[in-house]
Design a protein around this ligand. Structure first.
Ligand code: SF4
Length: 304
């Protein structure tokens, strides 16, 4: 098994130029979908069924946006007050860029919209309880990173933040804003972090020293230290996962796997486990697997 670095881009996913041997790509969100429930993967990545944004997802996107912009400020200005001041303007920007977010609140529901902004500000207070951003200078924020594994699979995703110590040690930081019970999502969150660690290891030759989950609601930090052997095993897991996705696609066979995560699934009405019937399997040749939506990484915060 070999790996090959791909040009990293921190601005545009389309700027990544994979080697010509690459024939498929996989993001941590979509890989985690398949691992969680193959039918969920199918609904999201093959049927591409729309999902209405939820208030919780929107809050996650907003908090991620504020934390990214916070580090644009001079170190001394990165205060709780400054973060709070960024909430409303960042929400306005997000609604302009993603008009569907405006549908979360009825036009006359000003109280609901105000409470939403207050709840985002409260999560940011949780952030300040676990970190002091005045003492940090992140190397990268909301960075798209990618690598080729097994010579033909491009793995890529957005990491929330990458810190680089003076000795070159890497720390990958992921902000978690969801209000759902942590146990339901922790395995998925760790899977995503290992995915980023694998990409960094394969492109920079350095195993990240720390993978850090920051749970803003609970103001808690969860650190994990990977090693090269573990990442090698993880790489095999990712390749095997992709092969399983290819087989399932060839057989048009994506089975439901009910779990606690069903409570957060938008597609229960079409799921046999809930008495539904999936739509006919889409015709083959839906698009370029390197550029189409099935492999596009979710933006930071959009997959809470
Ligand atoms: S409801 Fe549960 S089993 Fe059905 S598709 Fe969604 S996650 Fe899978």
């Amino acid at each position: 098994m070999t790996a090959e670095p791909v040009i990293d881009t921190h601005d545009s996913p389309t700027a990544a130029v994979p080697p010509s041997t690459v024939r498929a790509s996989l993001s941590p969100s979509r890989a985690a979908d398949f691992k969680t429930c193959p039918l969920l993967y199918r609904f999201r990545s093959i049927d591409r069924l729309p999902e209405r944004p939820t208030v919780e997802q929107a809050r996650g996107t907003l908090v991620h946006a504020v934390l990214e912009r916070l580090f644009d400020l001079p170190a001394a200005a990165r205060t709780p007050q400054s973060a709070g001041d960024l909430v409303a303007p960042q929400w306005d920007r997000l609604v302009t860029e993603q008009p569907e977010l405006a549908t979360l609140f009825a036009a006359d529901d000003t109280a609901g919209a105000a409470e939403f902004l207050r709840s985002a500000a409260a999560l940011l207070q949780g952030y300040f309880a676990v970190e002091d951003p005045r003492r940090l200078e992140p190397a990268e924020r909301e960075a798209l990173i990618s690598a080729v594994v097994d010579e033909e699979l491009l793995i890529r995703g957005y990491l929330d933040r990458l810190d680089v110590a003076p000795d070159g040690a890497l720390r990958v930081v992921d902000y978690k804003t969801g209000g759902a019970p942590r146990e339901a999502f922790e395995a998925r969150a760790l899977f995503q972090l290992k995915f980023y660690a694998l990409v960094l290891w394969r492109t920079r030759g350095v195993v990240p020293r720390v993978l850090r989950l920051l749970y803003l609601k609970d103001a808690e930090v969860c650190d994990y230290t990977p090693d090269a052997e573990e990442l090698l095993r993880f790489e095999r897991t990712v390749v095997a996962l992709w092969q399983a996705i290819e087989q399932a696609t060839a057989r048009q066979d994506f089975r439901p796997r009910p779990s606690r995560l069903c409570d957060w699934c938008s597609h229960q009405a079409l799921c046999p486990s809930f008495g539904g019937t999936p739509p006919p399997f889409p015709a083959a040749g839906a698009g370029d697997p390197l550029t189409d939506a099935r492999s596009r990484p979710a933006a930071p915060g959009a997959d809470e």
